[in-house]
Ligand binder design. Structure first.
Ligand code: MG
Length: 264
């Protein structure tokens, strides 16, 4: 049987859909419980959301008997579940915060300028940014988003510290090194997980870093994943599910478990 010691799942549009419905999450619970019983498998939620934005979701999961062992939030901050709740990996999180803060401080004037230009070009855009140096916009149409993507891509070209993500009508700028893949690698390093025994799954462009084969060898994406992620998963010989969201997660886990059973 394929050894799966750690399951890493993205949250939005992977475990739950846009409506935040958790109706189908019991299918995932069955798979996880089987793996926990058979192999002692642990579970990590890996999300771009902030810790505080996950509190309600964690409560809802807990009511359903689902408690992640690790929580990676804001793309890179790691929390570990202990007896009395989630505890931060202090030195890692502090180092991540300090480096992010340094980059944002250094590039603040530029980012603020780009944001001004962007909102004057697309005045109807919805600004969901969580601060002056955070960039997160929702456009009226996908075409507008693509045009804004091209506009910002040119701006950040000379700043490899920044990475641009866009999907459908949403656009977001992240910090290159503060990504899900690097954080997942740190969990693997600290808790002795072999990359061959890590299963990871997601749907969006910010999942590429953990699904390009460098953080988890059992990598997959759900059927509703963006094309950029599907390409990365395909190129690293991962699995592309047909089912969407949590059913795609379950399909992918079953795929790897079957693959192990058949010795392929
Ligand atoms: Mg997602």
């Amino acid at each position: 049987m394929q050894s799966i010691k750690l399951i890493a799942t993205d949250y939005d549009d992977t475990l739950v859909g846009r409506d935040n419905s958790m109706v189908l999450v019991s299918a995932f619970k069955d798979e996880l419980y089987d793996l926990k019983r058979e192999q002692g498998t642990k579970w990590a939620i890996v999300t771009g959301r902030r810790f505080r934005d996950m509190i309600t979701a964690l409560k809802m999961f807990s009511i359903r008997g689902l408690r992640p062992d690790f929580l990676i939030v804001s793309e890179g901050y790691i929390y570990v579940r202990r007896k009395f709740g989630f505890f931060p990996m202090i030195s890692w999180n502090f180092s991540m915060w300090r480096q992010k803060h340094g980059i944002k401080k250094r590039l603040r004037h530029l980012i603020v300028e780009w944001k001004k230009e962007l909102t004057s070009r697309w005045p109807n855009v919805t600004d969901k940014s969580l601060g002056r140096t955070h960039v997160w916009y929702v456009f009226k149409t996908e075409e507008e988003c693509q045009a804004a993507d091209a506009f910002l891509a040119e701006k950040i070209e000379n700043y490899p510290e920044l990475i641009l993500f866009s999907r459908q009508n949403e656009l977001y700028i992240g910090i290159t090194f503060c990504c899900k893949g690097i954080a997942l690698n740190e969990v693997a390093f600290q808790f002795n997980y072999d990359l061959d025994s890590i299963f990871a799954v997601g749907d969006g462009p910010n999942d590429v870093s953990m699904l390009n084969g460098s953080s988890a060898k059992l990598n997959a994406c759900v059927g509703n994943a963006c094309e950029r992620l599907k390409r990365a998963v395909k190129e690293s010989d991962g699995y592309i599910a047909e089912e969407k969201c949590v059913l795609g997660v379950v399909e992918s886990i079953k795929h790897y478990r079957e693959k192990g059973k058949n010795g392929r």
